[in-house]
Design a binder for this molecule. Structure first.
Ligand code: MOS
Length: 706
């Protein structure tokens, strides 16, 4: 049976019968509601908090109620659960008001007065690196800094026939998952249980272990049905999980905390704004002799996941281009806005926006079609990755490009639009590293269990979550095909850390390839025991033996495998209003063997639409530290009217170590759209695009010569 063929009955999945309970739907006897008092200033000291008299059955919960350490443990411990004496961004939580009536709790909140002593804030990368404000972090606002190189890049520039430079900027982006963040904490008999919307139950659990200072067996984390994540529910849920846990322990009753939409926009993580700088040394024919790349990410107020986001960014620094010499630098800087965090693509979209728009500019300099230029300069099987590992599997650039040309008519349109103003077409070529970055998968040491039950069914026990991306279908399908049993016989419940092992977070496009791969191997073990009444098998992650990686030198195979894509975007620009209309969008992707074609196509199209929003619609800026727009009414995401008919095709290169040959897919489609879009606008307007989102205001400014 062909595993890629879509499951026929969607109603197989309990979730699709309209009875899924999201965290806000859960009713628990004695439930209290929490609302959050947040910093109104971007940076300063809290001098005094004046709390009015609190009525009975209402409570204040703040840093003094954190039993363990007041820090949300992630890669670092710099972010507090509750601000103590200082605040670093507008929206930073200071305390909770908890009580039976949420509206009344809000009224109490309004009467709390906080006296601050303001400190000069830092809002941009430039201010962080060169400004005069006292540093937020260390003595230079640099959270982390990395560099790696190959060959002799300075010599390459000395020998260059031509040097092309470019600077490319990207902005903030909000996830706008359908369901805002929310958690419930329940304390009973010395044990705390937290239920909520999340991607990573064990991240939440580990953060609670740290915040409570309790042994693991007194902490239980359960994922509620989750309405979208996109990375926004990777690290942030740990913060509010702490809030409801501390509140329920203090008060002795269950506490629910649900963010309202505008509060969610104001106070949860965003995509890192970036500056990507390129210098490329070319020979007479346009061949690349050397690439010098610098990527700076604006990480916001606290470290959270930024070191790894920066790693994924710099590991894509030179993109698909073959170059004997390179140097890639990365810096993540501290600024006074909400922490930047995980967002689909995880640093790679910023890197590829830079390198692929730069690639278009290189081809322009050489007077070669970007399609031909990109195709001929890109890596093939056996070539080195940016970090000097090896692309071991087939790299089907030629097939991707020829199918893309056929679908989109790029070659012909590109020629035509040279003489036709206000129309343009752009192309990008990209990869995505599958799974955790660098030594991440080794450190995660993921485990999965598979249990044959008395009733004959097989249960998947993993900490991976369904959040709308199709994990239910994909993982159950892998098990049902491997064991040759109907998919109805495979059970996969929302993870509960008391029942499932730590199979890692639901991030980094790792669910199918890594967790699905472990389940596939577990099936091999379980196969011979299907005749028994009950049987449980466990499987543990092993890095494929070919992977060579040095985390100190950032050298070698930064990922075990790569998925590939090529995207073409066609635009029309209104000569009066400078509004850009996307008239066509085509993508050809190699994600290995798709586990379910319908889900993969949905992921690919959805990712492209989300990236289109980032490219030209979703403008978010800081005004005196306030995120503008800070409301769902004014934050514009693409609608059906903004999106053309998207055409997606698949190239299938089976990955030997993936389940049924599958690689990664979730983040890949986000990576290629923005540079192709910007390249198209460049052709349509003749303006050198150096920033997204490409709004009419931006184009007008550029038309008027900045
Ligand atoms: Mo993701 S952006 O690796 O949750």
């Amino acid at each position: 049976m062909d595993i890629s063929k879509p499951v026929e009955r969607v109603d197989l999945l309990e979730k699709c019968q309209g009875n899924a309970l999201f965290v806000d739907d859960l009713e628990i006897p004695g439930l209290l509601h929490a609302v959050t008092l947040r910093s109104r200033i971007p940076r300063g000291r809290i001098k005094r908090i004046e709390v009015p008299e609190i009525p009975e059955r209402y409570w204040i919960v703040d840093y003094r109620d954190v039993p363990g350490k007041n820090s949300v443990k992630m890669l670092s411990e710099d972010m507090p659960f509750f601000a103590e004496d200082k605040v670093n961004y507008i929206g930073e939580p200071i305390l909770l008001v908890v009580g039976e009536d949420k509206e009344k709790a809000k009224r109490i909140l309004k009467d709390i007065y906080v006296e601050y002593e303001e400190i000069e804030p830092v809002f941009t990368i430039e201010e962080a690196l060169n400004g005069n404000a006292p540093p937020i972090y260390g003595d230079n606002n640099r959270f982390v800094e990395y560099e790696f190189s190959r060959g002799d890049v300075d010599d390459a520039f000395r020998k260059a026939y031509r040097i092309v430079e470019g600077e490319y900027r990207t902005g903030l982006q909000e996830h706008i998952y359908l369901e805002p963040q929310g958690m419930i904490g329940i304390y009973s008999e010395g044990k705390v249980k937290v239920i909520g919307s999340m991607q990573c139950p064990y991240y939440v659990k580990n953060a609670l272990v740290h915040g409570l200072g309790w042994p693991e067996d007194r902490i239980q984390v359960v994922q509620a049905t989750t309405g979208g994540g996109f990375g926004g529910k990777e690290d942030f849920p740990s913060l509010i999980a702490g809030h409801v846990a501390f509140a329920s322990i203090k008060i002795g009753r269950p506490v629910k905390l649900i963010l309202e939409r505008n509060e969610d926009i104001l106070s949860t993580t965003k995509r890192h704004p970036s500056i990507v700088r390129h210098r490329t040394a070319l020979d007479r024919d346009g061949n690349i002799l050397g690439m010098d790349v610098e990527i700076i990410l604006d990480a916001g107020a606290y470290i959270t996941l930024s070191p790894v986001v920066l790693q994924r960014a710099i590991f894509a620094g030179t993109g698909v281009y073959k170059t004997p010499n390179l140097r890639v630098k990365g810096i993540a800087v501290a600024t006074n806005h909400v922490p930047s965090g995980a967002f689909r693509g995880f640093g790679s979209p910023q890197a590829f926006f830079g390198v692929e728009l730069h690639g278009t500019n290189l081809s322009d300099e050489m007077g070669i079609s970007p399609f031909e230029y990109k195709k001929s300069m890109s890596v093939r099987r056996g070539d080195l990755t940016p970090t000097s590992g090896k692309f071991r599997s087939d790299v089907k650039i030629d097939e991707i490009m020829s199918r893309l040309d056929k679908l989109s008519g790029f070659t012909e349109k590109y020629r035509k639009y040279r003489d036709e103003k206000w129309k343009g077409i752009g192309v990008s070529l990209f990869f995505h590293g599958c799974g955790f970055t660098g030594d991440g998968e080794v450190r995660l040491d993921s485990r999965v269990k598979l249990a044959k039950r008395k009733d004959g069914k097989v249960e998947i026990l993993v900490s991976t979550v369904e959040m709308g991306q199709g994990a239910q279908t994909a993982l159950r399908k892998i098990v049902s095909h491997a064991l040759n049993i109907p998919i109805e016989q495979v059970i996969y419940r929302n993870p509960d850390t008391d029942r499932v092992p730590d199979s890692g977070p639901t991030v980094a496009s790792r669910t199918v390839m890594i967790v699905g791969g472990l389940l596939h191997r577990a099936c091999e073990k379980l196969k011979d025991h299907m005749g028994e009444m009950e049987y449980v098998v466990e499987e543990r992650f092993r890095m494929p033996e070919y992977v060579r990686w040095d985390q100190k030198k950032l050298h070698g195979d930064s990922y075990p495998e790569y998925s590939w894509g090529g995207v073409v975007v066609e635009v029309e620009v209104d000569p009066v209003t400078f509004e850009v209309k996307t008239s066509g969008m085509w993508g050809v992707y190699d994600v290995g063997i798709p586990i379910d074609e319908r889900i993969i196509i949905g992921q690919l199209e959805g990712g492209m639409v989300q990236a289109l929003g980032w490219a030209y619609l979703e403008k978010m800026d800081l005004k005196k530290g306030f995120l503008i727009p800070g409301t769902i009414t004014d934050y514009t995401i693409p609608t059906a009217k903004d999106v053309p008919e998207i055409v997606v095709e698949l190239v299938r290169t089976p990955y030997e170590y993936g389940p049924f040959g599958a690689k990664c897919a979730g983040e890949l489609p986000f990576v290629g759209v923005a540079p192709a879009f910007a390249s198209a606008v460049q052709q349509a307007t003749g303006i050198r695009i150096d920033k997204i989102p490409i709004t009419p205001e931006y184009l007008l400014e550029k038309m008027n010569g900045d």
